[in-house]
Ligand binder design. Structure first.
Ligand SMILES: Cc1cc2nc3c(=O)[nH]c(=O)nc-3n(C[C@H](O)[C@H](O)[C@H](O)COP(=O)(O)O)c2cc1C
Length: 201
C-alpha cells in the first residue's frame, strides 16, 4: 500500500486553501497519509522522514507566478539533504486567477527540480480560482478531480489534471471584485485604500 507525505508549502499553511485541498485529498486516498506544514525550522525534520514514503505531495499556492518562498527554501534544503530512497513527487497547486494555466510555469519549476535531483515526477492537479471555488457549488468539481488524483497516485499513473470555475472571465472578475470589496468593508477598508500602497502600512 502507498504512503503519502503531504507537504503544505503555503506561507499561511495553518489557515490556507492548500490545507483545505489537502484535507479533501485525504478523503479519497486509500493508503496512509501524514501532513506537514513547512516552517522555517522544520526542513531537517521533514527531510529525515521522506524515506518512509512512496510519494510526496506538495500542496501550495502560486505566488507572483512562481513558488512561494516557504517552499523554495525547503526545496533548497532538500537539494543538499536528499533521502536515500526517493519518493515520487506529485503536486496540487492553486492560484487566485481563474485560469489554471497560470500555474504551468510553476509546475515546470517542480519538474525541473525533479529532473536535476533525480526524482520521478508523478501527477499534478492544477487549480484555478483556488481562493474562491471551495465556497461555491463548484466545489463538487474539486472533489471529482481530487478522486482522480488520489487514484492516479495510488496506481502510480501520471495524470495531468486541472480544474476551475466554469465562468467567463468577465463574470469571474465581477464576482471576485465585489467579493473583495465586501471583504474590505467587513474589515473597515475602502476600495480606494485597497487599491493604494497604504494597504501595506
Ligand atoms: C503575495 C501573493 C502573490 C500571489 N500571486 C498570485 C499570482 O501570481 N497569480 C495568481 O493567480 N494568484 C496569486 N495569488 C493568489 C493565491 O495563489 C491564492 O490566494 C491562493 O488560493 C492562496 O493559497 P493558500 O491559501 O494555500 O496560500 C497570490 C497571493 C499572494 C498573497
Amino acid at each position: 500500500m502507498g504512503r503519502v507525505i503531504i507537504i503544505n508549502g503555503s506561507p499561511r499553511a495553518p489557515k490556507s486553501n492548500s490545507k483545505a485541498y489537502s484535507e479533501i485529498f485525504r478523503r479519497y486516498y486509500e493508503g496512509n497519509i501524514d501532513i506537514f506544514n513547512i516552517t522555517k525550522n522544520n526542513h531537517k525534520d521533514i527531510c529525515l522522514k521522506l524515506e518512509e514514503y512512496t510519494d510526496i505531495l506538495f500542496v501550495f499556492p502560486l505566488y507572483a507566478d512562481g513558488l512561494p518562498v516557504t517552499l523554495l527554501n525547503f526545496l533548497k534544503y532538500l537539494e543538499t539533504n536528499p533521502p536515500k530512497n526517493k519518493p515520487i513527487i506529485n503536486v496540487i497547486i492553486n492560484c487566485g486567477f481563474i485560469e489554471p494555466e497560470q500555474n504551468t510555469v510553476c509546475i515546470d519549476m517542480i519538474k525541473l527540480f525533479c529532473k536535476e535531483n533525480e526524482y520521478i515526477f508523478g501527477s499534478v492537479l492544477s487549480i484555478g480560482s483556488g481562493e474562491a471555488i471551495l465556497n461555491t457549488p463548484f466545489k463538487v468539481m474539486i472533489r471529482w478531480k481530487m478522486k482522480k488524483l488520489a487514484k492516479a497516485i495510488q496506481n502510480h499513473k501520471n495524470e495531468k489534471l486541472s480544474v476551475t470555475m466554469p465562468l467567463t472571465k468577465k463574470m469571474f472578475i465581477r464576482a471576485s471584485t465585489s467579493c473583495w470589496i465586501n471583504y474590505g468593508k467587513r474589515n473597515g477598508i475602502t476600495k480606494e485604500e485597497m487599491a493604494s500602497m497604504k494597504i501595506e502600512q
